[in-house]
Design a protein around this ligand. Sequence first.
Ligand SMILES: C[S@@+](CC[C@H](N)C(=O)[O-])C[C@H]1O[C@@H](n2cnc3c(N)ncnc32)[C@H](O)[C@@H]1O
Length: 204
Amino acid sequence: MTRYFVVTGHKAATTGDFKLDDIAGGAGRLDILVRCVNSVFFLSHDIRKDAEAFLVLEGGDDAPKTVRFSGESLRYLNPDERSTSSLIRNALMKPIPPGEEVKSSPGVFVSRMSFSDVISELSERGSLVYLKEDGGDCRECDLPDNPIFVLGDNKDLTEEEEDVILAKSPAKLSIGPNSLHADHCIVVIHNELDRRHAGNSGSV
Ligand SMILES: C[S@@+](CC[C@H](N)C(=O)[O-])C[C@H]1O[C@@H](n2cnc3c(N)ncnc32)[C@H](O)[C@@H]1O
């Protein structure tokens, strides 16, 4: 089973010319996406191998781009935000031939996929789960095999993005009564799955 996470970065940089100490400003709140990557992959002393993160970057002059992190082959991911930002920046500096996904470093890939492209491609691989505060309580629902969780950044999905996902009839689930940061939602949903599958999804 693979756990997929798609996070939209509505203003996130799509070129690699931002400063690593300005990811919350000049890079269009890339800090939120970086924290999401850390939440998707980090256990205390391990990396979740059965997870993939899709960061859909929609800001700047070269939008859209999608940076994909794959736990199976991921290397050089460290818990600090600066080094994760650096992996993303390196990916954004790669030339991308039309229609291709390019490997930037082990487990990190970049393409020109839009939100709609990512949702269409992933919906072939699993079941969409739209995480939203007004969804049904996830504790009262089964979570599907190969779930594809879709979240907003500091803003909810736009109306157009919501139309794309609702057209695929996803499960729409809430993880609790409060509106949480996207990276915290990821930790909570991993925990729900871990408890149900009694598992450590890392390699230990
Ligand atoms: C910081 S929130 C976005 C803005 C927030 N909805 C607001 O009104 O301030 C980031 C994303 O996390 C997800 N999210 C936050 N709280 C949630 C909850 N309780 N249940 C499910 N998803 C949640 C949603 O996908 C949301 O778009």
